[in-house]
Each structure stands twice: as structure tokens, then as C-alpha cells.
Design a binder for this molecule. Structure first.
Ligand code: ADP
Length: 415
């Protein structure tokens, strides 16, 4: 349950097939002073409830990660359409009497949507108490912006249980709004840099096929972000959407695949004893995919040098499982989890690359809760993009990757 007592009147919810994401704003009187923590990423995970500090005061100084007009001024921003967008947001925040504060993030399983409703109810009740007004009075000033399929499916539940106004917003529109906003927050965007491959010649890169153990890369953060359009957004939720975003912010859903986060979650629920997604990720950390995947070495007994295929390259995901000799030994859930994580991530990486190539886009943002700041997932996607594009395209990740739609819906609150 929420444990703060600051007034909350701006609440957004993005209810997808698997997870319901909640974003809400809490006001703080003082300017934000702590930059977003990046420690969690060292271990491969970050806390979903990390708050993003916003400072809507028209200050000329950037205070430790707060988003202010001055942080958007330098370095020079090539496309003014974007700066207008950011300035407009800040102007609206100021107009809506948001003197500065934090965006807060929570996640629930859509299956347990009642918990999400209870959480929002508690937020409203605590706000009422903090403001010294009745809950009925508080309800009148609260609006919920809802997006995702569940905004329609659970509309009656939300309006009847919470007795507040609920606005339904288009999912794709919110996703892109959220992307454009969050990518302007310092240290939000990160990537696995090429540092480890820099000393290697281009020819060597060409020889390296996506392998079961992608090399480890340095993590770099965009500390002084500028608008980064055009780009491709690959949102990996239950399913996958590939969206092309133009320089002027217009967008089109150009591709997708049903083999997404829901597939990993579903198949691992069938195939391993793990009951939560985190347990499945933890299993994959300890796994060795070569126990179930058929590798080039299993077929050739060595590398397939002519086409640069190393003996450790996956020739067929789960391709070993049918073999009678292997069946007797049985398979470890850890190995199954790692193999499936690689299979899904490599497949999405390749679809992302092909679309980026088709539309001539260099920047590929990956969003959606599937990623969860998980190092093996990020490394696999980064490696696939780097490998297939011969280093010309970059996979970009976001600290709040699963909340783009909810953030976009929250922004709609101010329109
Ligand atoms: P959707 O909007 O379709 O629900 P999300 O972006 O919320 O999509 O991503 C859902 C996916 O995120 C799941 O299918 C699963 O792969 C992954 N995931 C991450 N964290 C969790 C979690 N705690 N519980 C369940 N799935 C999770």
C-alpha cells in the first residue's frame, strides 16, 4: 500500500494483457534533489517504483536530474518541434499548479486487478486525509486517465468502485507520448556501449554471429538527453508492437509479433516449477542453454567457418530436446529458462533490426515490462542489433521501460 501522505490528484493507469501499470504524481514543496538511482542496474535489475523527479518551476537551473526548461536548452536541439513539445509539457505542468514533485510507479498483475483498484482507492483516501477533506470531496478533484485494453474491459469496475471520473485514452498514442516525454529525462535512457568490441576489427564483428553468451558491455546513460526522433519503438509486453516514429512525432505501427513476454511467461509456467516472473528470470541466470539448444558445434563437431558460425552459435532453439539419449537425463528448469529467454529475445532483436533497416532508422528503443532491466535480455537484444546492423544501429533502453503508456496517459491529464 502507498505509504506517503502527499496529495494525489493525477493518476494514470495502463492495463495490459499481463500487467496493470499505475503512474501517479506527488507534489513536493522543495525542489527535487536526488538524481534517479542507477545502482540497481549494476545487478541487472532496477526497482520499478523508482520515482522520476519533475520540476515544473520555470527555473533556469537543472537540479540533479529534474526536468526543467534549462535542461532542455543545451546542447542545441536540432528539431524545434520537440523542444516545443517539452516546453509545452512544462508549461502545462505549471498551469496545472504542479510546482514540482515526483512521478511514482506501481505494477499489478491484470489478473489481480482488484488489488490495483484497492491501491488507487487508498491513494485517494490518503490524499483526502492529507488535504483535510472528505473522501467524497477528494473524489471530485481526482481524474483517472486509463489506457491499454483493460481501460475498456475494466471501465465499469473502476468507475463504480472508485466513483471518480475515468477517461479512456488510445494505447498507441499514450505509448508514443510517454516515449517522447521520458526520453527527455536525464539518465533515463541507457545502452550497452560498444566498449568491449571497440578494439576488435570490423571483420571480426562480421565473423561473430549472435552467440549463446553475448559479450558483456559497459552500461552508458544519457545524462543530457536531447530529442531523439525519428526512431523505432519496439514495445515488448505480452505481445510485441513495432512502431515507427517520425521526426515530427507522427507514428505508425509497422510490425509486431505474438511471440513476446506473454510467451516467455506462459511457456516457462508450463515447463518450470517457477511461479513468478522474477523466479523465472532468476532461473535463467543460472542456466546453460547448450543443454537444450542444438548448437552449430553439435551438428558440425566444430565451427562452420565459411559462414562465420561459431560452434557455440544456436542452430536450433530447443533442438536437442527430442534426442532419446538426452531425454533420459531430463532437463533442468534453469537451462530451459535460459534457452527460451534467448530464443524470444533474439527473435525480437532480429524483427527490430529488419524494421529499422526497412525504414532506415538508427535508433531502436526497447520498451515494455518484458525487459525489466534484466542484463541477459538487454545484452541479447543489444547484441542482435549490433551484430545484424554491423554496428550501425543502436539498441536503447529505458529505466522505466514498462511505463511508457501509463506516463503518456498521465500527460494526457494535463491536456
Ligand atoms: P502488457 O501491457 O501486455 O501487460 P507489459 O509491458 O506490462 O505488457 O509486459 C508484460 C510482460 O512483462 C509479461 O508478459 C512478462 O513477460 C513480463 N513481466 C515483467 N515483470 C513481470 C511480473 N512481475 N509478472 C508478470 N510478468 C512480468
Amino acid at each position: 500500500l502507498p505509504n506517503h501522505i502527499e496529495p494525489v490528484s493525477y493518476i494514470a493507469v495502463d492495463i495490459g494483457g499481463s500487467l496493470a501499470k499505475v503512474v501517479y504524481f506527488t507534489r513536493t514543496r522543495d525542489a527535487p534533489s536526488t538524481p534517479p538511482s542507477t545502482n540497481g542496474l549494476v545487478n541487472g535489475f532496477h526497482e520499478p517504483s523508482d520515482a522520476v523527479k519533475l520540476d515544473a518551476t520555470p527555473s533556469k537551473h537543472r537540479i540533479n536530474g529534474a526536468l526543467t526548461p534549462s535542461s532542455l536548452d543545451s546542447p542545441p536541439i536540432p528539431n524545434f518541434a520537440h523542444r516545443d513539445f517539452a516546453d509545452e509539457l512544462i508549461r502545462r505542468a505549471a498551469m496545472n499548479n504542479l510546482p514540482g514533485g515526483s512521478l511514482n510507479f506501481e505494477r499489478f498483475q491484470t489478473e489481480d486487478i482488484e488489488e490495483c483498484v484497492d491501491f488507487i482507492h487508498t491513494l485517494i483516501a490518503q490524499s483526502a486525509a492529507a488535504n483535510g477533506v472528505s473522501i467524497a470531496e477528494m473524489r471530485k478533484s481526482v481524474e483517472i486517465m486509463a489506457t491499454g485494453g483493460g481501460a475498456h474491459k475494466f471501465y465499469d469496475l473502476f468507475t463504480q468502485r472508485l466513483e471518480v471520473e475515468v477517461h479512456r485514452e488510445d494505447e498507441m498514442e499514450c505509448l508514443i507520448k510517454g516515449l517522447r516525454f521520458i526520453t527527455l529525462i536525464p539518465s533515463e535512457t541507457f545502452w550497452y556501449s560498444d566498449e568491449l568490441v571497440q578494439s576488435v576489427t570490423r571483420q571480426t564483428i562480421e565473423m561473430e554471429r549472435p552467440s549463446p553468451d553475448p559479450p558483456q558491455y559497459q552500461v552508458s546513460f544519457d545524462t543530457n538527453p536531447t530529442p531523439q526522433l525519428p526512431c523505432l519503438l519496439v514495445n515488448i509486453g505480452s505481445g510485441v508492437s513495432v512502431v515507427k516514429v517520425e521526426a515530427d512525432g507522427t507514428y505508425e505501427r509497422v510490425s509486431g509479433t505474438s511471440l513476446g513476454g506473454g510467451t516467455l511467461w506462459g511457456l516457462l509456467s508450463l515447463l518450470t516449477p517457477a511461479t513468478t516472473f522474477d523466479e523465472m528470470l532468476a532461473l535463467s541466470e543460472k542456466g546453460d542453454n547448450s543443454a537444450v539448444d542444438m548448437l552449430v558445434g553439435d551438428i558440425y563437431g566444430q565451427d562452420y567457418g565459411r559462414f562465420g558460425l561459431k560452434s557455440t552459435t544456436i542452430a536450433s532453439s530447443f533442438g536437442k530436446v527430442f534426442q532419446k539419449g538426452e531425454k533420459k537425463k531430463g532437463w533442468r528448469p534453469e537451462d530451459i529458462a535460459r534457452s527460451l529467454l534467448y530464443a524470444i529475445s533474439n527473435n525480437i532483436g532480429q524483427i527490430a533490426y529488419m524494421n529499422a533497416e526497412k525504414y532506415n532508422l538508427e535508433r531502436i528503443y526497447f520498451g515494455g515490462c518484458f525487459i525489466r532491466g534484466h542484463a541477459a535480455t538487454i545484452a541479447t537484444l543489444s547484441y542482435a542489433i549490433r551484430y545484424w546492423s554491423k554496428g550501425s544501429k543502436r539498441a536503447l533502453f529505458l529505466r522505466h521501460e514498462g511505463f511508457l503508456g501509463a506516463i503518456g496517459a498521465w500527460i494526457k491529464n494535463m491536456e
